[in-house]
Design a protein around this ligand. Structure first.
Ligand SMILES: [Zn+2]
Length: 304
């Protein structure tokens, strides 16, 4: 049987060019390249593709290497494979990058053809030099998609009565938690300007930066880019306020979270296609779950 490492490790492994995004290796790793069973139980996903470092909210986050930084907000509701809203101990959960920064590291910095990028998720805020490009939420048709999925099903199709009862239950959930209807961070847009900034190609980034766009910031290695937080790992929360971006983050005692505050850090190799994380790289080259990560490790960080 092939291991995850054999299957997932890209052929291009970048030369060490990164410093630790929290400036120190003292922060415990709480999730590795593959999610732990405990976290899988919560959201049902197997591949994590990043590294989670537990850190108090407000801990400074630094650019792991020089490049072009963009900032954005990304949030979705966790759903089951059948499209129904996933419930954790009675309540729906939010997930996504939250307030996040992505940095593109061109080949002259990363020594990787096509460049690579890093992503920093669940932040509570950005450095002053970084201006987020926020886009309006997209309303989802959860009920319609349930109907369509059921239509398409070859076997195990729900009867009209079963479907009606499922839809009633889902509608009630959406009424109780209005944020379920909306997702953030998925504007693929007609024009490049309309798109989410994390979808911009290297060419777009250079062009916008040269034209003086506030949404693309050139950063040097070790520059402050933001602060750790827990966006948007909320749980239940009927009154999560995302209408006014940047939104108010409710005080901890008013808001239930399903995960501890942490930095989600991701390193990804980019193929020649559209600018998306095509192949995530484990900077520790382990491709395992978190229990294997803490302690003395060989890493791709230059400061380890
Ligand atoms: Zn993570």
């Amino acid at each position: 049987m092939t291991t995850i490492k054999e299957r997932s490790r890209p052929e291009v492994v970048p030369a060490p060019f990164l410093v630790h995004p929290l400036g120190s290796h003292k922060y415990p790793i709480t999730e590795g390249y593959i999610y732990s069973k405990a976290e899988r139980r919560q959201h049902g996903v197997y591949f994590h593709g990043g590294i989670d470092y537990e850190a108090q909210p407000g801990t400074p986050v630094y650019a792991a290497s020089a490049g072009y930084a963009v900032a954005f907000y990304h949030r979705f509701v966790v759903r089951n494979r059948d499209g129904t809203i996933r419930i954790l101990d009675g309540l729906p959960i939010g997930n996504g990058f939250g307030l996040a920064v992505q940095i593109y590291h061109p080949p002259d910095i990363s020594d990787v053809s096509g460049g690579v990028f890093t992503q920093y998720g669940h932040l509570s805020g950005f450095a002053e030099s970084i201006t987020p490009k926020m886009t309006a939420p997209i309303e989802m048709d959860i009920i319609g998609s349930l109907r369509r999925r059921n239509q398409k099903r070859r076997s195990g199709k729900l009867t009209e009565t079963q479907l009606a009862s499922l839809i009633k239950e889902q509608k009630q959930l959406i009424d109780d938690f209005p944020w379920l209807k909306f997702i953030y961070g998925y504007h693929t847009g007609q024009t490049v300007e309309e798109q989410e900034s994390y979808l911009w190609t290297p060419n777009d980034l250079f062009t916008f930066h040269q034209a003086g766009s506030p949404y693309v910031t050139h950063v040097n290695q070790g520059d402050l880019i933001g602060y750790t937080g827990e966006s948007p790992l909320f749980w239940g929360n009927t009154d999560y306020d995302e209408d006014n971006i940047p939104f108010r983050i409710p005080p901890k005692d008013q808001e239930k979270r399903w995960d501890e505050p942490h930095l989600h850090f991701e390193l990804a190799y980019r193929n020649d296609g559209p600018f998306r994380p095509k192949q995530q790289i484990d900077p520790y080259d382990l491709y395992l779950s978190w229990v294997h990560y803490n302690g003395k490790l060989d890493t791709l960080f230059v400061d380890s």
